[in-house]
Design a protein around this ligand. Structure first.
Ligand code: NDP
Length: 271
């Protein structure tokens, strides 16, 4: 029988993870079965334990359970601790091991796939929610000259500043941001609204030398990408991050790195 994996969320029908992992398995010859698992909002732990009892080997975790997964894990990686959230669980010898692959997925998509180095750059991170928290440590590991976090609720950006206490890290109000940034990452969920500007940042954060990344993805450029492009920036959406975080989970489970480029191209054609 194939080794069993799931992506757990609520809702979950929209998740592209089963298609991504099916392609990784096909490519690498790994014998896995990967399905969607809808858990009741108050029933995450029971759903995981039931899956483990049925022989499950690992799980991806999505909205709204990343904090529940963090609490459930017996052991956690340093990047899961830094993020305060878990998106990957591995079930090993009766232990539940938690990791977070979102941040490394983002950094790989920016640095390796888009070819934009973070080292020595002025980076602006918009948002301080779950996704933003997960990318702070992997971004700092690339040695940016500066990483400024701006969030609507200022206290949350200040919390991150205090948590990481890194000399390159700053927190700023949207309206106090000054000068153009080399890399601007939208980790807010504001792209869900069709309004321009999606996040109230001064247009001066973008220049023709900027690279703007929206963690959201869709068939059309998001409102954030439209705004950035209007001010001359090169733009990219979060589809590559989705594929890269999945590849890192696959590696954690199977010890094999799949070829992400082929899967990215296929997914793009499906949007
Ligand atoms: P959270 O709900 O944890 O955080 C939402 C963030 O957006 C907060 O910082 C919030 O600010 C901010 N925000 C929401 N609405 C507005 C607004 N109108 N104006 C300004 N700021 C706003 O969400 P996540 O961090 O989990 O997800 C953020 C985005 O990243 C989502 O779009 C998600 O789809 C995407 N994502 C993509 C992934 C990928 O693989 N491509 C992986 C993970 C996430 P405040 O604190 O003030 O409320």
């Amino acid at each position: 029988m194939s080794d069993r994996y799931v992506v757990i969320g609520n809702p979950i029908a929209h998740s592209k993870s089963p298609q991504i992992h099916a392609r990784f398995a096909q490519q690498t010859g790994e014998d896995i079965a990967y399905e969607r698992l809808l858990a009741p909002v108050d029933g995450f732990d029971a759903a995981v334990r039931e899956f483990i009892a049925a022989g499950g080997r690992g799980a991806n975790v999505t909205v709204p359970f990343k904090l529940d997964a963090f609490a459930l894990a017996d052991e956690r990686s340093a990047r899961a601790d830094a993020a305060g959230a878990v998106n990957t669980l591995k079930f090993d010898g009766g232990r539940i091991i938690g990791d977070n692959t979102d941040g490394v997925g983002l950094v790989r998509d920016i640095v390796a796939n888009a070819g934009v180095p973070v080292a020595g750059k002025r980076v602006l991170l918009l948002g301080a929610g779950g996704a933003a928290r997960g990318v702070v440590l992997p971004l700092l590991a690339e040695s940016p000259a500066e990483l400024t976090i701006a969030n609507r609720t200022v206290a949350k950006a200040d919390e991150l500043l205090a948590q990481f206490g890194h000399p390159a890290l700053r927190a700023s109000r949207f309206e106090h941001l000054s000068g153009a940034f080399d890399i601007v990452i939208n980790a807010t969920s504001a792209s869900l609204s069709a309004e321009l500007p999606p996040v109230p940042v001064p247009a001066s954060v973008f220049s023709s030398a900027s690279f703007a990344y929206d963690m959201m993805y869709g068939a059309q450029p998001t409102v954030f990408m439209q705004l950035a492009a209007m001010h001359g920036a090169a733009v990219r959406n979060g589809l590559g991050m989705l594929v890269e975080q999945a590849a890192e989970s696959f590696f954690i489970w199977r010890g094999v790195r799949p070829d992400t480029a082929a899967v990215y191209q296929w997914l793009r054609s499906q949007l």
